[in-house]
Design a protein around this ligand. Structure first.
Ligand code: ZN
Length: 406
C-alpha cells in the first residue's frame, strides 16, 4: 500500500459535506493522511495512484450494523435452507457473501447470528489476517433465544437467567464481539407470533451483564412492543427491527441512549416481492402484519431524535448482501434527510459498533475506508448503487473500472 489520492469529488465526511469544491483526499498506508481544498494540498500529493472523482461523491466506507453472512437471501429461507449446510459449507458461503458485501462499498459489518456456531467469528479472523477478502466484521456468534424461540434452528437455545448467562459466556469464549438476545418472535420462524415475547427481562439482564462484564455490547432482535421494553429495561445497547414501537418504547430508547437499527429493508423486501410466490405464506402474512407500523415506528423514532444506525438484516428474502443502499433509500422515503440517512450508515453506525475512533468518518488519522460513487449522493442517495471505487484500510479493493487501471 503506497499513496493514493482522490481528487475533485464532492466529499461527505460522515457528518457533513465539506465546504471546499476542489477536494483532495490523500491516503498514506492504511490511513487518511490529509484532506482539504486542492489549492492547499501538500507538494507531491499526486505522486501515487490518483483517482479522478469529478462528478462523484466520496464517503466513508458504509457500515452495515445487521447482517447474517453465513446465509443467502433465499426466498424459501429458513429453517430448511439453513439446516442443509455443513459448518464448512456455511463458512464458505459466508466468505463469498463477505466479498460481495465489500464490493458493494460496505467496509464494516456486524454479523448478528451465524447459521453454525462460531463460524463468522472465525471468518472475521480470516479476513483480518488477509486470507480472504471482506469487510471488517464484528460478530455475535450464535443468537441466544428461548427454547423454540425465533431463530432456534440456528441459535443457542437457553432458558432461565443462569442458562442465558452460560450461553453468553460461550459466545464470548469463542471470541464474539457482542451478545445477541432474542426478545420476541419473528417473521421468518414458523409457528410463532411475530410480536410475541421471547427471552424475559430477567433472562436478558443476565446476558447483558455477562457481555458488559467482558466489555462487550449487546443487541436484541425485538419486533413487538413488550419485548422491546423488556430488552431496554434489561440494559440492551441496540434494538434491532423494532417494528411495533409505541411512545413508551421511544421514551425508553431516548432515556437509555440505546440505538435503534430498524432494518426496514427486511420487511419491505418481503412485502414488495410477495407476488413472486416463492416465500412461505406465514412469512408474507407476518411481514404484511407489521409493515405499516414498522415504517411509522421509524418515523416516530426519527422525529423524536432517537439514535438510529443502518442495518439491512442481509440474508432475509430478496435482501442481498451488500444492499445497504436500499436501507438508506428507505430511511429517506420514511422521513430522514439524505444527510441523516448517510450518517446512520457511517458515523452513527461506527459509534454504535464502538469503532468511532477508527472508521465511519473521513478524518486525518482514521482508517482509510472509502467509497466513491457516481453522482451526488447528498441529492439522491440512490447514487450509492453506482459504486466506482472501494478502499479498505488504504487498499483499493473494488470498483470495476478503477481497479482495471490500478
Ligand atoms: Zn437478523
Amino acid at each position: 500500500m503506497g499513496q493514493l489520492a482522490i481528487a475533485g469529488a464532492l466529499v461527505f465526511d460522515g457528518k457533513d459535506t465539506l465546504p471546499f469544491g476542489e477536494a483532495i483526499v490523500l491516503v498514506e498506508g492504511e490511513r487518511i493522511a490529509w484532506l482539504g481544498p486542492a489549492r492547499d494540498a501538500p507538494v507531491g500529493w499526486d505522486r501515487g495512484l490518483v483517482i479522478d472523482g469529478t462528478g462523484q461523491t466520496l464517503l466513508p466506507g458504509l457500515i452495515n450494523c445487521h447482517v447474517h453472512l453465513s446465509a443467502d437471501p433465499d426466498p424459501r429461507f429458513l429453517p430448511a435452507v439453513a439446516l442443509a449446510d455443513s459448518p464448512a459449507l456455511a463458512t464458505l458461503r459466508a466468505a463469498r457473501n463477505a466479498r460481495l458485501t465489500l464490493q458493494a462499498g460496505e467496509t464494516t459489518v456486524c454479523d448478528m447470528g451465524s447459521t453454525k456456531p462460531g463460524i463468522v467469528i472465525d471468518l472475521a479472523k480470516a479476513i483480518a489476517q488477509g486470507l480472504v477478502p471482506g469487510p471488517r466484521v464484528l460478530a455475535a456468534g450464535s443468537a441466544i433465544c428461548m427454547t423454540g424461540g425465533h431463530g432456534w434452528f440456528i441459535g443457542r437455545e437457553a432458558d432461565g437467567p443462569d442458562e442465558v448467562r452460560k450461553a453468553a459466556r460461550e459466545q464470548l469464549k469463542l471470541g464474539a464481539d457482542l451478545v445477541k438476545l432474542m426478545a420476541t418472535g419473528g417473521v421468518l420462524t414458523p409457528g410463532l407470533e411475530v410480536g410475541g415475547i421471547g427471552l424475559s427481562e430477567t433472562e436478558m439482564r443476565a446476558g447483558v451483564e455477562e457481555a458488559h462484564n467482558a466489555g462487550k455490547r449487546t443487541a436484541t432482535h425485538a419486533i413487538g412492543t413488550a419485548g422491546v421494553k423488556n430488552a431496554l429495561r434489561a440494559g440492551i445497547d441496540s434494538v434491532e427491527h423494532g417494528c411495533l414501537l409505541d411512545d413508551e418504547c421511544i421514551e425508553l430508547l431516548l432515556k437509555s441512549g440505546a440505538y435503534y437499527v430498524p432494518t426496514l429493508a427486511a420487511v419491505t423486501q418481503i412485502v414488495r416481492n410477495a407476488s413472486h410466490g416463492q416465500m412461505a405464506d406465514y412469512a408474507v402474512h407476518k411481514a404484511r402484519q407489521v409493515y405499516e407500523r414498522h415504517c411509522a415506528s421509524f418515523k416516530q423514532a426519527a422525529e423524536a431524535g432517537a439514535r438510529i444506525a443502518a442495518g439491512t438484516d442481509a440474508s432475509t428474502p430478496y435482501n442481498p448482501h451488500g444492499g445497504l443502499a436500499l436501507e438508506v433509500e428507505l430511511m429517506v422515503e420514511n422521513g430522514y434527510t439524505a444527510r441523516q440517512a448517510l450518517r446512520s450508515a457511517t458515523s452513527e453506525a461506527a459509534r454504535l459498533l464502538g469503532l468511532a475512533d477508527q472508521v465511519g468518518a473521513l478524518e486525518v488519522g482514521r482508517q482509510a475506508d472509502l467509497l466513491l460513487v457516481a453522482g451526488d449522493a447528498l441529492s439522491d442517495v440512490r447514487a450509492l448503487n453506482a459504486v466506482r471505487a472501494v478502499v479498505k484500510a488504504g487498499g483499493l479493493v473494488g470498483g470495476g473500472a478503477v481497479l482495471a487501471g490500478a
